[in-house]
Design a protein around this ligand. Structure first.
Ligand code: NAD
Length: 488
């Protein structure tokens, strides 16, 4: 197992240790052992980062010099591109990504999204004419211009850290904002590399800053409550998202929130690939640690026993082919931390208490190493009112719920506080689309359609968030609209 380079803070153009000199260990989810060290930012470090980002926004031409922004964002992309191996190493060692999951959800997907942002950037409409209109007996010419919001605090989670960091940092920089990136304590290296490579690319001091610390809340709360920060772009749990809205209210913070999910995949009884649609919902990729995963599988009661048999076979077939750090064919590793493992296992216990039946898995697997391994797990005989069907588990745990007809499937899918993604499969595209349109969620896949890509807006309804990341919409989140009118 490799030892990662020290994760340093990046403040006012300097890659450096914390002022206190303190560090904390980066723990490998595979072994439970330290795999690197990270600077432990104090309040003084965060304060400096905020001041620097504010200065860079107010006193340099970053917010107005589009050509410079495009040039440096492209240069930074090229440096990241040349460092794909290091990025993979970080995804594997910090976030616990299995080699087979590194490309899809970590490095390749993030880099493709970055390229999409660069390609889409010319589509941003910086100026829009509203034409002339008479008022008070005179004619008035009206124009709206877009301007960057200002200083952005980008607070990100550990599950797909490169993807989320790129989703925020690149969009905000292109828009003309200055940024303080605050990655999760589990994945500081994937934040630090932004500082290191931004320095190499020649970014002006303060345009991008990176801070992190062992305390999960300290730096984030400072960003949320500081009046010099104009917008908080947050991806993480709904609980912390709510706290950010509350705490941000005092300074009327603009908040952009990408939160949790408990998305439903509905397989209708006339699905042409019923067995495949059911089997591929097995929640194993990156140990189920994705916000947009389909963690509730809804199948018709008339085919419920058949679905159970299909899943039983699929889990048996998947078998023990997971949890090996060096195996390039595997897509599932450990969960992120001891705390997360205990949380997931407590849901497994809860599901049994609630009366659901364990069809597969359910146990920790210490035999796979000193890290945080949980078997691919599936609950059947699940009622949608159970907590295992309502709460985001964020681990390899699928729940399977029967429905009576299309109306019932829609009802169950929507009886959730979340609304991030989902899926519908049917032999009739019209029928699937009709069901899809009734689901209250930010994206929905019909017959396996891929609705997550760097050129598409992604985000949630209800408790899954506010705003859209990726696509032109993802850049526009970081813009303000200024209306100018003059008398003719
Ligand atoms: P988390 O909410 O615990 O932490 C997210 C980030 O917020 C971390 O950087 C953390 O240090 C910081 N933070 C913690 N407390 C804070 C506070 N009081 N104020 C400000 N910042 C604070 O989430 P996590 O456990 O790191 O990630 C998992 C969660 O992220 C899941 O709920 C998952 O669904 C969600 N997620 C959502 C998306 C999406 O796009 N919707 C994508 C990935 C992950």
């Amino acid at each position: 197992m490799t030892t990662l380079p020290d994760a340093k803070l990046f403040i006012d153009g300097q890659l450096r240790d914390a002022q206190s000199g303190k560090t904390f260990d980066i723990i490998s989810p595979w072994t439970g052992e330290p795999v690197g060290k990270a600077a432990d930012a104090t309040a003084a470090d965060v304060e400096e980062a905020i001041a620097s980002a504010r200065r860079a926004f107010d006193k340099t031409d970053w917010s107005t010099n589009i050509a410079l922004r495009v040039k440096l964002v492209q240069k930074l992309y090229d440096l990241f591109d040349a460092n794909r191996e290091r990025l993979s190493d970080l995804a594997r060692n910090e976030a616990g990504a299995a080699i087979g999951a590194v490309g899809r959800a970590h490095v390749d997907m993030a880099m493709d999204g970055w390229k999409d942002y660069i390609d889409l950037f010319p589509q941003v409409e910086w100026q829009k004419s509203y034409g002339e209109r008479a008022a008070y007996g005179m004619m008035h010419e009206r124009v709206a211009v877009k301007e960057p919001v200002g200083v952005v605090g980008a607070i990100t989670p550990w599950n797909v850290p490169l993807y989320v960091n790129v989703g925020k940092v690149v969009a905000a920089l292109l828009a003309g904002c200055t940024v303080i990136l605050k990655p999760a304590p589990n994945t500081p290296g994937m934040g630090s590399i932004f500082g290191e490579l931004a320095a190499e690319a020649g970014f002006p001091a303060g345009v991008l800053n990176v801070v992190f610390g062992e305390d999960a809340a300290l730096a984030g709360e400072m960003l949320v409550t500081d009046p010099r920060v104009d917008l908080i772009s947050f991806t993480g749990s709904t609980g912390v998202g709510k706290r950010i809205m509350e705490q941000g209210a005092a300074t009327m913070k603009r908040v952009f929130l990408e939160l949790g999910g408990k998305s439903a995949k509905i397989v209708l009884e006339d699905s042409e690939n019923f067995a495949m649609d059911v089997a591929t919902t097995m929640l194993v990729f990156h140990a189920g640690q994705g916000c947009a995963v389909h963690s509730r599988l809804l199948v018709p009661r008339s085919r419920y026993d058949e679905a159970k048999a299909i899943l039983k076979g699929a889990y048996a077939n998947f078998g023990d082919n997971w949890g090996d750090f060096d195996n390039p064919t595997q897509i599932m590793g450990p969960v992120i931390s001891k705390r997360q493992m205990e949380r997931v296992l407590s849901y497994v216990e809860l599901g049994q208490q609630e009366g659901a039946t364990l069809l597969a898995g359910g146990k920790a697997r210490p035999d796979k190493g000193g890290g945080y391994f949980i078997e691919p797990t599936c609950f059947v005989d699940v009622d949608n009112a159970m907590r295992i069907a309502q709460e985001e588990i964020f681990g390899p745990v699928l729940v399977v719920i029967p429905f009576e007809d299309d109306d019932d499937a829609v009802r169950i899918a929507n009886e959730s506080s979340y609304g991030l993604s989902g899926g519908v499969s049917s032999g009739s595209l019209d029928r699937a689309l009709a069901v899809a349109k009734r689901i209250r969620s930010g994206s929905i896949s019909v017959n396996g359609g891929m609705c997550i890509a760097g050129d598409l807006p992604f985000g949630g309804y209800k408790a899954s968030g506010i705003g859209r990341e990726w696509g032109v919409e993802g850049i526009e989140e970081y813009l303000e609209t200024k209306l100018i009118a003059w008398r003719k």
